[in-house]
Design a protein around this ligand. Structure first.
Ligand code: PHE
Length: 379
């Protein structure tokens, strides 16, 4: 009897030891996917939406049996849309949680530094929403083998808004931008280039920093310039301030911007009369979009924004790449991802040589307390 108990105890111990082995790629009974999203910091709605979209993709995949016959475990980390916390977050999920697959970050300024860590350590990374071109590129212009994104890039987004402004008959624009934000600075440049090339004139350009809250000096210049368009490609927290102050000052220029406006916390009266480019519209009648909107609504009781949608798409792409690779091996998964053809909610995705999908953009309008669909623009 005693020996039986001893054997039994030894068996249990052996089982526990195996279960606790630190998971090198390929071991363990779960596949871990990290979600690096700004849950705190300047733009928390970006993080919450991205996380919720990503978690829904994992939940759906797990309900269908997971991937490679294993369940998927989500490891969520708050990367704050800011370089240092984002670097800490990826180091933590890689070193402590032994994760080799990362969905994130949302903001380009955070995705750029973590993409370097991903590339160095063979961590497959897909940013759902970072639109600055350098996210997927090495300093010498070559493509980072392990880094992808699920969204279009800013040269396209800038061109979409420049053409949109010209089509509305506007010929003059004033640009305001945060010089320390890679996304904002980049999109401002791409808009300027496209608008000028299309025959428009930039009548003023002023920068500010992320801690600024009083934009009255710049807005006085905007009013004096008589610009027809005020292009502010920043995140919603800044748009809420700039828009309200522009209205107080009687600025008549039509405000325009990019995907950074997309938030449930965008102040619709501050942004009233404005237009912005985005990745998706819930009004899109394609069945895949309507099914997604219904599923998300059922789970979270709200309409998914672009961040939730791209969080879902990016996570689904990662899972599809792991499945296609047939093995829990990051190098093979990255190769599989590069050749993937995938029908995502935000459009059909295939990657170009720089790991960017070629996708359409939508232009949305803010009017009378509502966000409306204005146009869809193909590349
Ligand atoms: N495109 C932004 C960036 O690169 C992030 C973003 C995407 C924000 C979509 C809102 C909606 O920083």
């Amino acid at each position: 009897m005693k020996t039986r108990i001893a054997v039994f105890v030894m068996l249990i111990v052996a089982l526990l030891v195996t279960a606790c082995q630190p998971g090198a790629a390929g071991s363990g009974d779960k596949i871990k996917i990290a979600i690096l999203a700004p849950l705190s910091g300047p733009v928390p709605t970006f993080g919450v939406s991205t996380r919720d979209g990503a978690l829904l993709a994992i939940e759906e995949a797990n309900a269908k049996g997971g991937v490679l016959g294993k369940q998927i475990e989500a490891v969520v980390a708050d990367s704050q849309c800011t370089p240092d916390p984002a670097v800490n977050a990826i180091n933590k999920v890689y070193e402590q949680d032994k994760v080799h697959y990362v969905v994130g970050e949302v903001c380009s300024s955070a995705s750029i530094p973590i993409s370097e860590i991903a590339e160095k350590n063979k961590i497959v990374m897909i940013s759902p929403t970072s639109t600055n071109p350098t996210v997927t590129l090495n300093a010498d212009g070559s493509t980072k083998k392990f880094v992808f994104r699920a969204c279009f890039i800013d040269p396209f987004q800038g061109t979409v808004m420049a053409k949109f402004a010209m089509d509305k008959g506007f010929k003059t624009a004033f640009i305001m931008f945060d010089q320390g934000n890679d996304y904002v600075r980049g999109l401002a440049e791409f808009f300027e280039k496209a608008f000028t090339e299309a025959g428009g004139t930039i009548v003023g350009k002023e920068s500010y920093t992320k801690t600024d809250t009083d934009f009255s000096a710049i807005l006085t210049k905007v009013a004096d310039s008589k610009a027809e368009v005020l292009f502010v490609p920043d995140y919603y927290n800044i748009i809420n301030l700039v828009g309200a102050q522009a209205k107080e000052k009687g600025v008549t220029a039509v405000m325009m911007g990019g995907d950074g406006w997309d938030s449930a916390d965008l102040d619709l009266s501050a942004a009233d009369g404005g237009f912005y480019s985005n990745h998706y519209s819930p009004e899109d009648t394609r069945p895949i979009v309507q099914e997604w909107v219904a599923n998300y609504q059922k789970k979270y009781n709200s309409v998914p924004d672009a961040l939730a949608t791209l969080g879902y798409d990016a996570t689904s792409l990662m899972i599809a790449a792991i499945a296609k690779a047939g093995e829990d091996d990051p190098t093979k998964v990255a190769e599989a991802m590069a050749g993937l053809e995938y029908e995502a909610v935000s459009g059909k995705i295939t990657f170009d040589a720089q790991h960017n999908p070629i996708k359409s953009a939508v232009v949305l309008s803010v009017s009378g307390g509502k966000i409306g669909f204005d146009a869809s623009v193909a590349p």
